[in-house]
Design a protein around this ligand. Structure first.
Ligand SMILES: Cc1cc2nc3c(=O)[nH]c(=O)nc-3n(C[C@H](O)[C@H](O)[C@H](O)COP(=O)(O)OP(=O)(O)OC[C@H]3O[C@@H](n4cnc5c(N)ncnc54)[C@H](O)[C@@H]3O)c2cc1C
Ligand code: SF4
Length: 488
């Protein structure tokens, strides 16, 4: 609960950032840490609001007032235990979560909400630095074997929970290292990859086996997995990128964000050369798509030394205030300005790319856009309409398509006869996360579609409970919103 008068005494304060001109010289994280008294004051702002709506704002059901109170009292080890009782990887969410909890914070009704995400990050970083996060292998092993396909946050959370239940867990990952989009999507300046490695070491010490470079469906068939394991969790993410099928889309220089970003993360990880090197250096770059992926393309292009970076968003510019119709405690669609946006990109809204232009050698040289408006008719989805006379030509040698993902790959699902919806999300309801094939479960973006890290961890944990129950008839693993505070 924090200090009873804390919210009256202390203003909200979060970590600041290194100046732009300094931070764009490297791929390191650039937050400036806060000191302990400042963090305690922030924990103290959590008031005794009675019904902590932040609990339900957080997809993990994190016990936020309890860890805030522990931080305010300087009981960091207790705070770490409370935090880990609902979240396997607070070091990921503490850096990268959009913090729907803060939008649901009661203090946020008429004041700045409690800095929940930053407190979370500082709890887990304190815990790592003090050596409190150590392997906790299960005391007893069952005779059950579980395969987890995909090592993103959903797969990692499922694996850790199932291993804790005593099952022998193997994680299959087709990339060369585990982590999913945490490693090969999100740039190092948002989260350095030693943060993943540090946690993976704990998972390995707990007994989880990682088999990387294995493409399930190709190197091992779905049937083989089914025969070799008692249960399978599919957590392969939503990997099908949305295309922009307009004239010139096959020109050299029109590149999918998810070709550009993973390559750069590998470059930062020490890979020296690539068959198709994609660099923004010295180019006028247009990033098409205004979400997290687009923002990551901006920060990366600026670090490459792009001449200019423009960012196009087809939707109108939102307000920074809560829009009408999205009242507290719901998640509002506000205008989000990321640290990358502030590093030198120019943003354009209600703009649609109509055509890419190229030279005789097939290289991208520019593009044509027009302004659009969204026509709202009651009872119908808003319709996109071009505004006549707004065509504009832009110089551009690199266009990065950050248009999101349309669904998941169906190879394993097809091999096993698993049903998916018309967006190729695997069908498995929240009732038990099991597909139509007994013993095969699904979690994360592969089940719910493109989403967030916090949801992936939540789904991995929930699915693990149901896998354990399927295997053993009952489960002592925690379910969201159930279970007691850890004894500390
Ligand atoms: C560029 C980018 C930035 C983002 N930034 C944020 C952010 O700041 N905050 C946030 O909350 N969310 C962010 N997201 C979304 C977030 O990363 C995802 O929602 C989350 O990673 C989904 O987790 P997952 O475990 O379901 O899948 P993923 O992280 O996609 O992991 C799936 C894994 O499965 C593997 N795989 C797939 N098929 C197979 C197979 N057949 N055999 C073996 N392995 C397989 C893949 O290689 C991958 O490693 C971002 C996404 C992108 C693309
Ligand atoms: S995981 Fe995200 S939503 Fe949950 S408490 Fe942390 S910042 Fe808030």
């Amino acid at each position: 609960m924090g200090k009873i008068t804390g919210f009256l005494e202390f203003d909200r304060k979060v970590e600041s950032y290194a100046p732009v001109e300094e931070r764009v010289k490297s791929y390191h994280e650039f937050t400036v840490p806060m000191n302990e008294p400042e963090l305690k004051d922030q924990g103290a702002r959590c008031m005794d609001c009675g019904i902590p709506f932040c609990h339900s704002g957080c997809p993990l059901g994190n016990l936020i007032p309890d860890f805030n109170d522990a931080v305010y009292r300087g009981k960091w080890e207790k705070a770490a235990k409370i935090l880990h009782s609902t979240n396997n990887f607070p070091e990921f969410t503490g850096r990268l979560c959009p913090a729907p909890c803060e939008e649901a914070c009661v203090l946020g009704i008429n004041e700045d909400p409690v800095t929940i995400e930053n407190i979370e990050k500082n709890i887990v970083e304190t815990a790592f630095s003090k050596g409190w996060i150590v392997a906790e292998p299960p005391e007893n092993r069952t005779d059950k074997k579980v395969a987890v396909v995909g090592s993103g946050p959903a797969g990692l959370a499922a694996a850790q929970q199932l291993n804790r239940a005593g099952h022998t867990v193997t994680v299959f990952e087709r990339d060369e290292k585990p982590g999913g989009l945490l490693r090969y999507g999100i740039p190092d300046f948002k989260m350095e990859k030693n943060v993943i490695d540090r946690r993976l070491k704990v998972l390995e010490e707990e007994g989880i086996e990682f088999k990387c470079g294995v493409n399930v469906g190709k190197d091992i068939t779905g049937e083989e997995l089914q025969n070799d394991f008692d249960a399978v969790v599919l957590s392969g993410g939503a990997t099908i990128r949305r295309k922009l099928p307009i004239e010139g889309a096959d020109l050299k220089g029109v590149v999918q964000a998810m070709d550009f970003l993973p390559q750069n993360n590998r470059r930062v990880d020490g890979v020296k050369s690539f068959e198709n090197e994609i660099l923004a250096t010295g180019k006028d770059v247009v990033v098409i798509g205004g979400g997290d992926t687009g923002s990551d393309c901006i920060g990366t292009s600026i670090r490459h030394g792009a001449t200019s970076v423009s960012n196009f968003e087809i939707m109108p510019m939102s307000t920074t205030e809560r829009p009408e119709g999205q009242p507290w405690p719901f998640w509002p669609m506000r205008l989000k300005t990321s640290t990358s946006h502030k590093e030198g990109a120019e943003r354009f809204f209600s703009i649609s790319t109509k055509k890419f232009l190229g030279d005789k050698d097939g290289n991208l040289t520019g593009l044509i856009t027009s302004q659009v408006e969204w026509i709202k008719t009651p009872g119908q989805r808003p319709q996109l309409k071009e505004v006549p006379g707004t065509e504009k030509e832009w110089k551009c040698e690199l266009a990065l398509l950050a248009l999101g993902f349309t669904g998941s790959e169906m190879t394993i699902a097809d091999q096993l006869g698993i049903e998916a919806d018309d967006r190729t999300n695997i069908k498995a309801t929240e009732e038990n996360y099991m597909t139509n094939v007994p013993g095969i479960f699904a979690a994360g973006d592969q089940r719910r579609g493109q989403s967030l890290i916090v949801w992936a961890i939540s789904e991995g944990r929930q699915a693990a409970y149901h896998v354990d129950k399927y295997l053993m008839g009952e489960s002592a693993l925690p379910l969201k919103g159930e279970g007691d505070l850890p004894r500390v």
